[in-house]
Design a protein around this ligand. Structure first.
Ligand code: NAP
Length: 470
């Protein structure tokens, strides 16, 4: 894939970059390795100051940064502004909470025959971050803020269609005060990931992206015995039961499906509705979806901008066509518009069956699949019936049903009567083919820490008493 900025609203190529040479990559890894040792000599207080400075820069530069993101990948300017603000909030969150998250955790010394025993969290070194274009700032920040606060360094291989945002991120941390090499952008294609991750100086990798990329990076990391966190695709269920507030559910369903022009891993994608309220929900949902304004992402009245690439639009249209060819019904949308830019209308498709691609595949655009079920058990069967397990949503005012959904939905998160979203305070990640490991919260920070057990005996003579050598 060429490393270039192409405006998805016009299809116009704006700026191209050549990939870094092997020598440049080697030098960048070296700087990350040296910076890791430099960070070791810094205090946490110093890193807190730098991270807060990064937040200040983000806030001051919000609008220009948002414009750059919209130009590179087509999300609405309003959504891009919110993304920049969210990143600043995450920087401040980790600046404020790193000390608590990284503090030694005392253990019961008596039980392990020690004078003192505790767990210490220490950074592990340069971490390769392979990131997607859909939230080009946020996906990177939710790795970078905790990693840098813990004392790791970052090597970013960003998606090839967002090179300007990638370069901005390197500059951001440098201007905030972090040492040269603490956070480096590698302008490289995906074929460079294998040699970079195989380099002994690179200690681990985190990927946010597709299942295919996850398998590839998982294989390399397995061969090289390196830790990975994989945040992959999703086909989140959104279950609506008879007791739900249907107006609110239909309103949130529309936002949950079309946020980020429908290109979010945790967008609700499969709407599983109890037959008692199916028709009423379908009417409201299709009306809301049809009312969304599709157009210029820079216009603040636009709800849905273009898809990020022509390939992405072709793919979702092929999925809709495949469903129609196998007997599905389109309640709204479904037509590929003519003209410049990779726009696609909000679309609702129903009468789906397992022969259709939309039944089991992720649909990465503003296209909703609507499923009719006749019981709680059937809702769970359909909801859990894909290879994914990222987020999930259930709408019910029945407290017992809420408890059951929290247990039975096979996903990394369950949101009841609300929309799945990510918060710095809560862990984020998936199960099944949606990946493994967690980002955000203390768990996210500790994924790239050496969780070190420290055991201190009474003295040299008794230090190992009763212990097993392993
Ligand atoms: P993608 O093709 O997997 O690209 C993501 C990143 O991986 C890019 O930097 C890409 O580089 C790189 N890449 C692609 N194939 C690779 C390979 N074989 N080896 C190493 N690196 C590789 O994903 P996408 O289609 O752009 O993004 C959408 C996908 O990401 C969806 O499935 C979505 O659900 C998922 N996603 C998941 C989360 C989450 O938190 N779980 C969040 C957002 C998105 P190039 O750009 O150079 O190809």
């Amino acid at each position: 894939m060429p490393i270039a900025t192409t405006n998805p609203a016009t299809g116009q190529l704006l700026k191209s970059y050549g990939p870094m040479s092997a020598e440049q990559i080697d030098a960048a890894i070296d700087r990350a390795d040296v910076a890791f040792r430099d960070l070791h000599d810094t205090t946490l207080a110093q890193r807190v100051q730098w991270m807060n400075a990064a937040a200040d820069l983000l806030e001051a530069e919000r609008d220009a940064t948002a414009r750059m993101m919209t130009t590179e990948m087509g999300k609405t300017y309003v959504a891009a502004q919110a993304e920049v603000t969210k990143c600043a909030t995450a920087c401040r969150f980790y600046a404020a909470n790193a000390e608590r998250m990284l503090a030694d955790e005392p253990a019961d010394a008596g039980a392990v025959k020690a004078r003192r025993a505790f767990v210490r969290y220490q950074p592990i070194g340069p971490v390769l971050a392979v990131m997607p274009w859909n939230f080009p700032l946020w996906q990177v920040m939710r790795f970078a803020a905790p990693a840098l606060m813990a004392g790791n360094t970052g090597l970013l291989k960003h998606a090839s269609n967002v090179p300007q945002t990638a370069l901005y991120l390197e500059e951001l941390f440098r201007r905030a005060g972090f040492p040269e090499g603490a956070f480096t952008t590698l302008l490289v294609g995906s074929e460079a990931v294998d040699p970079i991750l195989s380099d002994p100086r690179v200690r681990a990798a985190t990927l946010t992206g597709s299942e295919g990329a996850g398998r590839s990076i998982g294989q390399i990391a397995g061969r090289e015995l390196k830790k990975t966190v994989l945040e992959l695709g999703g086909s989140d269920p959104f279950v609506v039961m008879p007791s739900a507030d249907l107006d609110r559910a239909a309103e949130v369903a529309t936002t949950a499906r079309c946020q980020n022009n429908g290109q979010s891993c945790i967008a609700a994608k499969r709407f599983i509705v109890h037959t008692d309220v199916f028709d009423a929900f379908a009417d409201k949902f299709a009306a809301n979806m049809s009312a969304l304004r599709v157009g210029d992402p820079m216009d603040e009245n636009t709800d849905v901008g273009p898809l990020a690439s022509e390939r992405g639009r072709d793919e979702i249209h092929a999925q809709v066509q495949d469903a129609v060819d196998h007997g599905a019904t389109v309640l709204c949308g479904g037509e590929k518009p003519a003209g410049a830019g990779w726009f696609y209308p909000p679309t609702v498709v129903t009468d789906l069956n397992p022969q259709m691609r939309m039944w089991s595949e992720e649909v990465f655009g503003p296209v909703a699949g609507l499923f009719r079920v006749s019981s709680y058990a059937e809702a769970i069967e359909v909801a859990n019936g894909t290879a994914f397990g990222l987020g999930s949503n259930a709408w019910t005012t029945d407290p017992q049903e809420q408890e059951r959904f929290a247990v039975d939905l096979d996903a990394g998160s369950v949101f009841i009567n609300g929309m799945t979203t990510s918060y710095p305070e809560l862990p984020f990640g998936g199960v099944k083919n949606s990946g493994y490991g967690r980002e955000l919260s203390a768990l996210g920070m500790r994924e790239f820490c050496n969780t070190k057990t420290v055991w201190v005996g009474e003295g040299a003579a008794s230090a190992g008493a009763g212990a097993h050598a392993e």
